[in-house]
Design a protein around this ligand. Structure first.
Ligand SMILES: Cc1cc2nc3c(=O)[nH]c(=O)nc-3n(C[C@H](O)[C@H](O)[C@H](O)COP(=O)(O)OP(=O)(O)OC[C@H]3O[C@@H](n4cnc5c(N)ncnc54)[C@H](O)[C@@H]3O)c2cc1C
Length: 387
């Protein structure tokens, strides 16, 4: 078969597979290829988001919580969703459902165990070097992670944890512990994320919002200590889950080729002030598939509304200047908003009304100071924020 395609998607993770699913749904009939270095997929992450009961991916939802909680050592704030619930999709369920859909399409080819390398424009096509030889495509969607030297952010959300099984009943499966035992000091915010599946099983993560990027396994010891302190019972680890997500990712210069479009986390799709991105990737996949299937020009737009981008930048700048205040700020926000408002605030583009409610709950001085001082500059040398 020829190695020339209409579309090449680099990376078959969340964004690449979501786009493939949406291309199928929109009846895309040209030849497409997806390049993915993995040979096999494992349950490497758990995606959570707030949504109504029914949506396109409802069948893949493994858990739903209509209640969630944030707490500091002094108080707990519990939300109940009216329309929204906090929902979980296991990545292995997501991967397998999407791979099965792609396997049934003759015009969409998935090349696993293949890594994409450099690209170059040739006339009206892009040539891509891969470990399985060169391929060419008229358009390229690149979801590959950014190289570390181009991955800079105001704050890093770093977490290490595991799906655990406890001998004694330790969890209340009706309440998701979003940000439990929040504390903050000059190095940033710390909290525990607890997603209970049953009274004996939960995904638990020690999470830090930090000014400096570090490998998530540097939190392993802290997670083990937190686990021992919180649950005084025999605990079995089923699998680990770790990550380091950019919050307020520095923009990248546009790709030199007008035929290459960056996408997914690497393109800055995560919500800057919360790190949530799964739903935004789904929205992007749907609109991009629509453009591709109808033969329209692809448009690379910034993610989120201008209001969201501006307010998030101020919020993160204030947090990077006053890291010790973050636990109090999140508790105030949670206290001020209803369950549905909090869900919308964390994972969608909040309306002006919602922002005004949030701003009214927060102390004004740190935000005015952050605004007057200008947005933090990203120090490219050591990937941290210079204030
Ligand atoms: C552990 C974890 C938990 C998360 N939980 C949530 C959550 O609960 N809610 C939420 O909203 N967001 C969450 N996120 C954030 C975000 O939704 C995910 O990171 C999401 O997977 C991003 O999708 P992506 O396609 O951009 O990146 P990925 O899913 O990482 O996909 C990138 C793909 O590119 C491939 N690739 C790498 N190099 C090459 C190459 N050279 N050539 C070709 N392909 C390549 C990779 O193998 C991978 O398949 C989480 C992130 C992590 C890491």
């Amino acid at each position: 078969m020829s190695n020339s395609y209409d579309l090449a998607i680099l990376g078959a993770g969340c964004a690449g597979l979501s786009l493939a699913r949406e291309l199928i749904r929109h009846g895309y009939s040209k030849r497409a290829v997806i390049i993915e270095p993995r040979d096999t997929y494992s349950h490497d992450r758990t995606w959570c988001f707030w949504a109504n009961a029914q949506h396109e991916l409802s069948d893949l939802v493994s858990e739903r919580w209509s209640q969630w909680q944030l707490s500091t050592p002094r108080r707990a704030i519990r939300h109940t969703g009216a329309k929204l619930s906090y929902q979980q999709i296991r990545s292995d369920d997501f991967y397998h459902a999407h791979l099965a859909k792609i396997a049934h399409r003759s015009n969409i080819e998935l090349l696993t165990g293949v890594t994409a390398g450099p690209m170059a424009d040739h006339d009206d096509r892009v040539e891509i070097e891969t470990t399985a030889g060169a391929i060419s495509a008229r358009r390229v969607i690149d979801t590959r992670p950014r190289p570390p030297q181009h991955d800079q952010a105001t704050i890093w959300q770093i977490f290490s944890g595991a799906e655990v099984e406890t001998e004694e009943a330790c969890f209340d499966p009706s309440v998701a512990g979003l940000m439990q035992q929040m504390t903050s000091d000059e190095s940033g915010l710390k909290f525990t994320y607890i997603l209970p599946m049953t009274a004996h099983t939960a995904l638990i993560q020690t999470t830090r919002f930090a000014l400096r990027k570090s490998a998530p396994d540097t939190l392993d010891r802290e997670f083990e200590r937190d686990l021992r302190t919180a649950f005084k019972t025999k605990t079995k680890i089923r699998r680990h889950e770790r990550g380091c997500l950019p919050m307020g990712q520095a923009p990248q210069s546009p790709h030199p080729s007008a035929r290459v479009f960056r996408a997914g986390q690497a393109a800055g799709i995560l919500r800057a002030s919360s790190g949530y991105g799964f739903l935004r990737i789904q929205t992007w996949a749907e609109s991009t598939a629509e453009e591709l299937a109808s033969g329209r020009r692809l448009s690379e737009k910034p993610f989120g509304s201008p209001l969201e981008r501006k307010m998030d930048a101020i919020f993160l700048a204030a947090m990077s200047r006053s890291p010790y205040a973050a636990a109090d700020w999140f508790a105030r926000i949670a206290n001020q908003l209803s369950g549905d408002e909090f869900g919308r605030f964390m994972s969608q583009s909040p309306s002006l009304h919602l922002w005004l409610k949030v701003v009214s709950a927060l102390p004004k001085a740190p935000f005015v100071r952050a605004l007057l001082a200008g947005m933090p500059k990203i120090d490219r040398a050591d990937h941290r924020v210079a204030t």
